[in-house]
Design a protein around this ligand. Structure first.
Ligand SMILES: Cc1cc2nc3c(=O)[nH]c(=O)nc-3n(C[C@H](O)[C@H](O)[C@H](O)COP(=O)(O)OP(=O)(O)OC[C@H]3O[C@@H](n4cnc5c(N)ncnc54)[C@H](O)[C@@H]3O)c2cc1C
Length: 336
C-alpha cells in the first residue's frame, strides 16, 4: 500500500489518542491534526481525570465493549502511572472514597482498578460523612493539563503534523486525505450535523489545597479530585444546558456540598472556575462512513460523543478507531 495520508479533526484527548494509535498501526503514514483549539481551550483540559468507568454514563454501548475499552484504558494509564514517565504524562495512582446512600452494586470499575472494598460502619463514622455506604477505591487519576501536551509531543516526535484552523466542512479534505478521522467532540453537532450529540453541562472549581492527598466522589453530585498542584471540586451535571457562563448559584452549590464533605477546603484559595459541556451521544459514535460530497466521496471514521467518560475511554476507543482506519485502507471488502 502507498504511504497513507490521514487527517484528524480535533486536538482534545480523543483526537490526540487516536493520532498516536494510528501512528502505532501505520508508522509510515502521514498524519495531520487539524484543530482550532488546543490545550486549555479544549473540554479535555478541564476534566477531573478520574478513571472510574460506569455503564450508566455510557448509554447504548454493550457492556462487553465498554469493558474492553476500559481494560485498554486502565492498562495504558496504569503502565504510565507506575513508570518515571508519569512525572510528565500526568498519571497518579491514588486512593479515594465513593460515598452513597444506596449500595453501589458491582460497578464495572470494581474489577479493573487496583482495589475496591466496602467500608465498615466504624470506618464511615471515623470519616465523619453523612452517607450510609462508603467504598475505598484505588485508581488512576490523569492530570489532563500535562497529559495533553505530553500526547502532542509524542505525536510530533513520531512525525505528526499540526495545522491550526477551523474546519467548516469535512468536504475540505476530499482529494487531500485518503481518510479523515472526526474527533471534533461536542462540535460534531455542527461539523457533521449530528444533533444527537447533547450537552451535559459541568462546572469545576480549581482550588489550592496541597494537603488533599486522596479523592472523594459521591453518588449525589460532589467530587474532590487532586491534580498536580491544585484540586478540582465539582459535581454539576445538567443535561441539555448549553450555557457556558459561570452561574454563581452553581458555584455556591459546589462549595456547599464539597465543604460539607471536607470542611478544611473552606480555607483553600480559589484559583479559577471552569464550565464546559460533556459531549454525550447514546451511543458514542465509533464507526466508518463514506460521505458523498458534490466534489467527491470522503472516507471518514468517527470517534466522538464520549460524554462523562472521555478521559477514561480515550485510549480504548482510539485503538478501535485506528483499527477501523487500517481496515478501511486495506481491506477490499470494507465499506470504505
Ligand atoms: C466538568 C467536567 C468534568 C469531567 N471529568 C471527567 C473525568 O473525571 N473523567 C473522564 O473520563 N471524563 C471527564 N469529563 C469528560 C471529558 O472531558 C470529555 O469526554 C472529553 O474531554 C471529550 O474529548 P474530545 O477530544 O472529544 O473533545 P474536546 O476536548 O472538546 O476536543 C475537541 C477538539 O476538536 C476541535 N474541533 C471541533 N470542531 C472543530 C472544527 N470545526 N474545526 C477545527 N477543530 C475543531 C477542537 O478545536 C478541539 O481541539 C469531564 C467533562 C466535564 C465537562
Amino acid at each position: 500500500m502507498a504511504k497513507a495520508n490521514i487527517g484528524i479533526v480535533g486536538a482534545g484527548i480523543i483526537g490526540l489518542s487516536t493520532a498516536l494509535n494510528i501512528q502505532k498501526r501505520l508508522p509510515s503514514a502521514k498524519v495531520t491534526i487539524y484543530a482550532d483549539r488546543f490545550d486549555n481551550e479544549t473540554t479535555s483540559h478541564g476534566a477531573g481525570g478520574l478513571f472510574r468507568p460506569n455503564v450508566e454514563h455510557l448509554l447504548g454501548v454493550d457492556p462487553d465493549t465498554v469493558t474492553r475499552w476500559s481494560v485498554e484504558g486502565f492498562k495504558f494509564y496504569s503502565s504510565l502511572a507506575s513508570s518515571p514517565e508519569a512525572a510528565t504524562s500526568g498519571q497518579m495512582i491514588m486512593p479515594g472514597y465513593v460515598f452513597s446512600n444506596t449500595p453501589v452494586k458491582d460497578p464495572l470499575y470494581k474489577r479493573l482498578v487496583y482495589s475496591f472494598r466496602e467500608l465498615t460502619a466504624i470506618e464511615l463514622q471515623k470519616l465523619q460523612v453523612d452517607y450510609k455506604y462508603g467504598y475505598q477505591v484505588t485508581t488512576v487519576i490523569t492530570y489532563v493539563p500535562v497529559f495533553l501536551p505530553w500526547l502532542m509531543v509524542k505525536f510530533k516526535d513520531n512525525g505528526g503534523r499540526v495545522e491550526k484552523r477551523t474546519v467548516k466542512s469535512l468536504e475540505e479534505f476530499v482529494g487531500v486525505h485518503d481518510m479523515v478521522v472526526n474527533c471534533s467532540g461536542f462540535r460534531s453537532r455542527d461539523l457533521v450535523g449530528d444533533k444527537s450529540v447533547y450537552p451535559v453541562r459541568g462546572h469545576l472549581i480549581r482550588i489550592k489545597a496541597p494537603w488533599i492527598k486522596y479523592w472523594i466522589y459521591t453518588e449525589d453530585s460532589a467530587y474532590i479530585i487532586p491534580g498536580y498542584d491544585e484540586v478540582s471540586i465539582g459535581g454539576i451535571r445538567q443535561k441539555d444546558n448549553f450555557n457556558l457562563e459561570i452561574d454563581p448559584k452553581d458555584t455556591e452549590g459546589i462549595k456547599e456540598r464539597c465543604y460539607k464533605l471536607w470542611p478544611s477546603l473552606k480555607e483553600a484559595p480559589v484559583l479559577r472556575e471552569w464550565v464546559d459541556l460533556r459531549p454525550h451521544r447514546d451511543p458514542l459514535r465509533l464507526e466508518q462512513q463514506v460521505i458523498q460530497y458534490p466534489s467527491g466521496p470522503l472516507k471518514v471514521v468517527h470517534n466522538y460523543g464520549h460524554g462523562a467518560l472521555g478521559i477514561t475511554l480515550a485510549w480504548g476507543t482510539s485503538i478501535d478507531a485506528a483499527n477501523l482506519v487500517v481496515e478501511g485502507l486495506t481491506q477490499p471488502g470494507s465499506k470504505l
